[in-house]
Design a protein around this ligand. Structure first.
Ligand SMILES: NC(=O)c1ccc[n+]([C@@H]2O[C@H](COP(=O)([O-])OP(=O)(O)OC[C@H]3O[C@@H](n4cnc5c(N)ncnc54)[C@H](OP(=O)(O)O)[C@@H]3O)[C@@H](O)[C@H]2O)c1
Length: 321
């Protein structure tokens, strides 16, 4: 099969576009013929060797890519929920898994969901990792309650664009932080209020939010804790050392002070049932998927370079031949 893979860490010069053996499936696994794969920041982090969970990577050669959409072409003997011919999407499991920038991927059935009927393959591939990060961060980590005030930092990106929509759909009053060029885009996602970070810092005033969802990691617990009322939560997708300490400290102090402020770290989990909940919101038109650009798989170097700028609006997607 055709695939994008690396035999060592480095810049774009280590990317190879060539032939790799088709993966074999185990009993609970499904073989998917990949039609589209999304680009995430972790793809270029893996390529360069800067992925924080590098110790979990499979051995070289590593086929890159985590998010995929395609059709089921074979199922293991114990697979119960999927059958050949079905259109599915998902995120390869976070630890040890990659392999979506290829014509075929073998995945455990628990990471899959059926593609919403109103999405094509490119838009479906754009969903899993970013949407699961937003969903789990707001619901499992922040435990968002309807009517709360939520600020999303990095609101125009892959994770942020889903976080704004999920928070709004959950009945929150959303403030989105983005650059001037994305103001209308983020308003269209459901943010009641926009802060253009080029003009104002959201940490500068007296305002408070029940949940601060830092989808881009440009802030920190130290910079945000005074912006939280009692019971407020700072949730980050890019924790720094002090955030990790604060996560533990605020979890311990919650035993004595249940209305204390909390620092939470998101570590996205590949989960087909969360993806099904997200699918329902997409199918009913409550959440839309924004694809910035679709490029052919051969243009993976260009796509990784664009992702590295951290100025993608929505998602970048690769079309797999
Ligand atoms: N912990 C986890 O499990 C997990 C999971 C997924 C992602 N992540 C991490 O989360 C981060 C975001 O991922 P992503 O996929 O959403 O990235 P992305 O799609 O590249 O998002 C970039 C967005 O960030 C915005 N941005 C850039 N600089 C900003 C600033 N100073 N203030 C506010 N917004 C700014 C950009 O908007 P403008 O163009 O308007 O500036 C752009 O829309 C990455 O570091 C990624 O590695 C972690």
């Amino acid at each position: 099969m055709k695939a994008v893979f690396i035999r060592k860490f480095g810049g774009n010069e280590v990317l190879e576009f060539g032939e790799r053996p088709q993966p074999q499936i185990r009993t609970r696994e499904v073989l998917v013929r990949v039609r589209a794969a999304a680009v995430n920041p972790r793809d270029w982090m893996v390529r360069s060797g800067t992925y924080p969970f590098r110790f979990t990577l499979p051995r070289f050669p590593i086929v890159l890519g985590g998010d995929f959409a395609g059709e089921v072409v074979a199922t293991g003997s114990a697979v119960r929920h999927f059958s050949v011919g079905q259109s599915v999407y998902g995120m390869q499991r976070a630890f040890g898994g990659f392999g979506a920038f290829a014509q075929f991927i073998a995945v455990h059935e628990s990471v899959l969901a059926a593609i919403p009927g109103n999405l094509d393959m490119e838009h479906a591939a754009a969903v899993p990792l970013a949407a699961l990060t937003a969903w789990q961060g707001l619901h499992a980590d922040a435990r968002l309650v309807p009517g709360e005030k939520v600020l999303v930092n990095g609101a125009a990106g892959g994770v942020g664009s889903f976080a704004v929509q999920f928070a709004a759909v959950a009945g929150a009053r959303v403030t989105g932080v983005c650059s001037a060029r994305n103001v209308q885009f983020v308003r269209g996602l459901g943010a009641e209020e926009i802060i253009d970070y080029g003009r104002h810092s959201f940490t500068g005033g007296e305002r408070q939010w029940d949940v601060i969802y830092d989808a881009i990691g440009k802030e920190s617990w130290a910079g945000c804790r005074t912006l939280l009322p009692p019971g407020g939560r700072y949730v980050t997708t890019v924790p720094k050392g002090a955030d990790i300490v604060a996560n533990i400290a605020t979890a311990l102090s919650a035993v004595l002070f249940p209305r204390g402020r909390r620092c939470r770290l998101v570590l996205v989990r590949s989960d087909g049932s969360d993806l099904e909940a997200i699918s329902r919101l997409i199918e009913t038109g409550h959440v839309r998927v924004h694809v910035d650009e679709v490029l052919p798989l051969e243009s993976v170097a260009e796509a990784l370079d664009r992702s590295r700028t951290f100025h993608t609006r929505g998602k970048l997607v690769l079309r797999v031949p």
